[in-house]
Ligand binder design. Structure first.
Ligand SMILES: Nc1ncnc2c1ncn2[C@@H]1O[C@H](COP(=O)(O)OP(=O)(O)OP(=O)(O)O)[C@@H](O)[C@H]1O
Ligand SMILES: [Mg+2]
Length: 473
């Protein structure tokens, strides 16, 4: 296993990655293979000798395919697998530098932000046990105040809490303040058993310092400046603390967080996060086709080509300033997707086309795919509805021919109206389940089985009327 800053980089083989994606996405083998190879190449690159490693640039990918066939879904699943900083953005959200809106460099800043969070979460996990111990001690300090130097059996020295436990025994052999020690241990046991969870205690917590006037900056595109200002102001003004009453369970969580923050070395987190973003970061640019098309000189198109131009250096490799430091983008993997039904990949400016050497096409989906999408994935729509109905104590079942019918209808409506791919299954299923979704709370304990007949009965009228199906399905 290869380590990047002490952390393993996903070492799945391409075959394993594809089979993992297969659990959620039907078909689209070419796209799955392409992203699997790209991911594996990151890992391979890590094992190449240093001097050569720096020469190896990732092969960026364009996924082309009609709407609703799994492009974004592949990206989402890949993100989970990658164990790497992963950012998904919509190309259409960006505007050319100089225009009002987000400039493309901000995607690198966002990627680093994600990387920081990733590393921080990992570090937090590492110190979790220790932080919890420290939080426990702090709670005990509140529940069982340490005895004053001249400890006598004064009533005030006892914690001001009514306990269900019996009187505290004196054990002379345990040191100078046996009573308080024993009490503390007794409370520790109770705390661990959750017996004190609902008790209220008063806690001094850090108050978040907010600057309402800062909002003014954040919409105007100078977000980096805004971030720096906020950091600066944050350290300029003393942190306010305030006293808050809360339950012991909440206090434990809060204090554990606070202690974890103290245990984590922020500089190390930042350094590690930047290097991770640079070495294994993946940026997924959705809807790249929306910025395709050359300059028309007016209207919203005016900055499209500009966005493409701004993307060039970032994809090729440049240095972007972030609030955590400079980030080199040379080895970041870019995966762009687009339906390209109006614009074609050849409508992208040539320089950008050249920077995405791998093209994969996703196929449009038909009846058989729909049936598989309804039945095979672990999170299939049909399983989702079953789970939702169980919350109302309604047992939902579908016969296979019912789902065949649903697949059939979805394919049919797609061909007769707009082809929206697998999203059609959502509209058809929602319509089919509408009645049940409404009535479910009143029919607890019942079992409902959908058959092909039910499906037909529920949807036939709509299917036969083309105008209706345009609106409803
Ligand atoms: N091949 C597939 N297998 C399983 N589910 C799919 C498949 N294709 C699409 N879906 C489902 O259909 C929905 C839409 O898919 P997705 O968001 O991936 O579309 P897309 O290809 O990104 O479309 P668009 O171009 O409109 O962004 C999601 O709920 C997804 O789970
Ligand atoms: Mg999409």
């Amino acid at each position: 296993m290869i380590e990047i800053n002490d952390k393993p980089l996903s070492n799945f083989t391409p075959r394993e990655i594809v089979s993992e994606l297969d659990r959620y996405i039907i078909g689209q083998t070419d796209a799955k293979r392409a992203v699997a190879i790209a991911l594996r190449n990151r890992w391979r690159r890590q094992q190449v000798p240093d001097d050569l490693r720096d020469e190896i640039a990732p092969k960026n990918i364009i996924m082309i395919g009609p709407t609703g066939v799994g492009k974004t879904e592949i990206a989402r699943r890949l993100a989970r697998l990658a164990q790497a900083p992963f950012l998904k953005v919509e190309a259409s959200k960006y505007t050319e530098v100089g225009y009002v809106g987000r400039d493309v460099e901000s995607m690198i800043r966002d990627l680093v932000e994600i990387s920081v969070k990733l590393v921080r979460d990992e570090e937090t996990k590492l110190v979790k046990v220790k932080a919890q111990d420290m939080a426990e001690e702090r709670i005990l300090d509140i529940l069982v105040p340490p005895p004053p130097p001249s400890f006598e059996d004064r009533p005030g020295a006892m914690p001001n809490i009514s306990t269900t436990a019996g009187p505290v025994e004196l054990r002379p052999e345990t040191g100078q303040s046996p009573k308080s020690n024993a009490t503390r241990e007794k409370f520790r046991r109770m705390l661990r058993d959750g017996e004190l969870d609902d008790r209220e205690i008063e806690l001094t917590v850090q108050d978040k310092v907010g600057f309402p006037f800062m909002q003014v900056f954040s919409t105007s595109g100078v977000e980096e400046m805004n971030m720096n200002m906020q950091d600066m102001m944050g350290s300029l003004f003393p942190k306010k603390t305030k006293s808050r009453k809360m339950k012991v369970v909440e206090a434990l969580k809060l204090l554990a967080q606070e202690e974890a923050q103290k245990l984590i070395d922020n500089d190390k987190v930042t350094q590690s996060a930047i290097s991770r973003a640079e070495q294994s970061g993946i940026v997924f640019i959705d809807e790249i086709d929306k910025v395709a098309g050359r300059e028309t000189g007016h209207g919203p198109d005016v900055s499209r080509e500009g966005v493409q131009r701004d993307l060039l250096p970032i994809v090729e490799g440049c240095t972007v300033a972030t609030k955590y430091g400079m980030v080199n983008t040379q080895h970041i993997l870019f995966i762009a997707t687009g339906a390209f039904n109006v614009a074609k990949p050849s409508d992208l400016i040539p320089e950008l086309q050249g920077r995405f050497p791998i093209r994969v096409e996703l196929s449009s989906l038909g009846k058989e795919d729909f049936f598989r999408i309804l039945t095979e994935p672990e999170n299939s729509l049909t399983k989702q509805y079953i789970a939702l109905m169980i919350t109302e104590r309604v047992t939902l079942e579908y016969t296979p021919d019912a789902l065949e019918k649903v697949a059939d209808i979805a394919a049919d409506v797609n061909s007769r109206t707009e082809n929206i791919g697998a999203r059609r299954l959502h509209t058809v299923m929602e319509k089919l389940l509408e009645e049940l979704s409404f009535k479910a709370p009143e029919m607890g304990g019942e079992k409902v089985v959908f058959t092909a007949e039910n499906v037909k009965a529920a949807l036939q009228d709509i299917i036969e009327d083309e105008d209706l199906s345009r609106y409803i399905l």
